[in-house]
Design a protein around this ligand. Sequence first.
Ligand code: C2E
Ligand code: CA
Ligand code: CA
Length: 704
Amino acid sequence: MKGFVRMLAPVMNRLMERMSIRLRLFIAFTSILTLMLIVSAVALARFNTLTKAIDVFTTQHTRVATLAQKANQHTQSAAINLLRLLQTTDRAGRVPLYANMDKALSDANQAVTELEKSGIVSEADEEAMGLLHLRHEFETSFAETVDLIEIEGLVKAREHFDEKTDPLLRALMNSTLTVAEHRQTQMQTEARRLEIDAADAKNVILSLGLAALLVGGWLAIRIAESVARPVQDAVTVAGAVAGGKYDCSVPMGQGPEMGALMNALKVMRESIASRERRVMDLAYVDTLTNLPNRTKFMEVVTDTVSTANGAILLLDINRFAPINNALGYNVGDRVLQEVAHRLKVRCAAIGLVARLGADEFGLLIKAADEAAARGHAMEILEQLRIPMLLDAERLDIDASMGIVMFPANGTSVTLLMRRAETALALAKRRHDGYAFGSEAADEPQHEQLALIGEMRDALENGEFVAFFQPKLELTSGRIVGAEALLRWRHPEKGLIPPGLFIPFAEQTGFIREVTPRLLAQVIEQVAQWHRRGMSIVTSVNISALDLTGRRLVVETARLLAEHKLPPQLICMEITESALMDDPEVALRHLEELAALGVKLSIDDYGSGQASLGYVQRLPVHELKIDRAFVDQVNVRAKSAAIIRSTILLCHELGLSVVAEGVETADELEWLNTNDCDLVQGYHVAKPMPADAFQTWVEARKVDA
Ligand code: C2E
Ligand code: CA
Ligand code: CA
């Protein structure tokens, strides 16, 4: 039985799992009800049998016994009347006795006939048949005795009675008694058999009831299990999904409802996972290039710099704004995508590439030393310089990179990123492709950072002052101009050169606060000199950020008016980097400045920072040749050729030429011979404070 159940269980399970829960419950309840019905039916049938048996037993045996006894009683009564007859000699006295006897005999016959006719006694019932037979014999003998009374007289009849009838009567009585006794015994046996039957029936019903209970219970457990297990599975899956484990396996879910539930769970899991992926993507991926974004980059960098060594490279596309402006944002986007693609292809194996902002990308390379970082930077730049074909149009782009090494340049992400920005700015200024963080500053980094923090206070406290370096006009030998150069008079550190703080001021945007203040100082100073009869055209250096808004234009106009200074005594020196980010806006503001009447000068010409490009659009007055070309121009043929042709070109365009960084008399002599208009340099004078400058100029006049 156990083995059978063990064999059946898996088959049942499989069958059940395929069924719907509704069907399973239906089958279970139907099975239990059917079992109950069977038990009831069997019980009923058994009780019917028992009742019938009892019926037969009571009616038949009782009836046989009763009828036999009745027949005997009447027979006995007839016999008693016969005996009386035999003793009654008077014939008239015998008449009523005959009547009594006949009545008794007919009653006895009736009982016997009833017994014969009833069918209760069958021919097989030898005892009963014997009894009947005996009865017939007795009846015949009885009749003979009666006949003998009237024919042969009482004596003969009495003899016959004693010889034959009386013995037969006794035999009949005995036989009836035996039959009754036998019937009694049979009844007892029958009763015992019925008792056993009843006990059997009880057992069968009990067993069936128990079996029904077991089967019902088993079915109930299986069904409960078959429903509970998948529900438990579903709960487990839901728990896993809630815990963010989207790779957990979802069971098939047997049966239509569970299948549907598991399917729904699967769909839910997948849609939650994809939504989360989307959210993660939005949080961590740049949608334009599909590269990791700044957040992701910063996270990875944070995890990396504290434990490993390597390099962070910041890359910025040169002159990206003009591409965007001239060719449209659509093209700009495609350029960024192409750059991202090239970076991805080139750097997939060496580290993490991310897009950090507009046209800025970041690269993290683990376990790289400076030489390796330099190698990668050069290769990346080379890759980016390969012309792009956008809709069959060729586009040349270039980029600059700032590189910092960790832990050499720091272990804090903020510090490293700031140094990388500084290096990037340096690379841009130098037009060098790339620069290292270590080159970007001479002072220890933390001191520079401290300086940035102090800059705001310094501005409020008037620690930023203008120094003036004279410009000498070669034809007249007079000082006609000056360049205002920023100095930070630090209360503890002394005079700080602009190279140490201007790059940071430019980076942080703080330069926008500085330039107007310096301009105010300069305009006030120049106006004061002007009132004293000293006309010095003074230049102020303008940064790219100064040209992003109208503030400089507004301030210049206001200050000129306030100090009633002729605008042509102020000159703005600009380099190409001033136009780098958004040339349209920068050019518009320069046009506005030129419209105020101030002069414009192209600074650092030849260093790659300046070009004659603006001359077409702006009323430029002056061009300053970078000191790299001025250095030993009297002996260096190439520099000489460049300066000579630049002077010719400028004169052709109506620009005056300033040679910067003139350090020797020979250089000055050569420049004079070659028609250079103005010179500026240590050979003439170093930059000096305003009062020193004034004294110096006045002393020169006296000398002359
Ligand atoms: P720059 O505009 O090219 O300024 C000329 C620089 O050359 C000055 O350096 C000046 O001191 C230096 N110089 C002049 N004559 C000689 C010479 O004979 N030999 C050598 N070796 N150097 C000479 P400085 O003052 O250190 O300024 C450096 C740079 O800082 C400037 O280069 C300019 O780009 C920037 N700068 C200075 N002041 C300002 C300012 O007020 N605003 C902005 N935006 N930039 C400024
Ligand atoms: Ca300058
Ligand atoms: Ca210059």
